[in-house]
Write a protein that binds this ligand. Sequence first.
Ligand code: K2U
Ligand code: ZN
Length: 182
Amino acid sequence: MKGPCTPDTERYALAKLAILEYPDPRLRTTARPVTAFDPGLRQLVADMAETMYDAPGVGLAATQVDQHIQLIVVDVSETKDQLRVFANPQILQASEETVVCEEGCLSVPGIYDEVRRPARVRVRAQDVYGAAFELDCEGLLAVCVQHEMDHLIGKVFVDYLSALKQDRIRTKLKKRRTRETA
Ligand code: K2U
Ligand code: ZN
């Protein structure tokens, strides 16, 4: 897959990575900053993008593939050819205005529920070469970036739901896993 962030000089064999499933405790890990902007990072980005597109999803955090560094990939485009890579993302500003969006998560398969988040965020991050940038996000991009950045601090969208709903989700996923492994 040759994405916008992959220069011609570097081509990668792609791998679909295993996605950790809630309530796996590794999803609660706080990611550490990215410091090595090297071919290894670009390989991980290529594999995360492949995994995200295959799922399919519009975002994926390194935490979800058991790599505990501050790295997320996002592509909310219709054409699925606008991959955005955020290393060491920080939210600089968030709007007072909020939106409620029905969210899902590749780590919580089959579960969808409403979460309220700031409608617009200004994000500062580094690209895959370490170059800093700032981006104003709104719409699905704003929701997705906030959802992915939550993963980097060990948060999953179900944490915003009631204790009762969280209990039901854990029971439902446990039953499904038991059925699948039976
Ligand atoms: O697991 C993930 O982190 C990928 C998430 C990203 C996301 C969650 C909520 C809202 C927007 C993005 C999703 O599983 S990707 C699947 C999806 C696709 C379109 C809209 C919502 C969710
Ligand atoms: Zn998620």
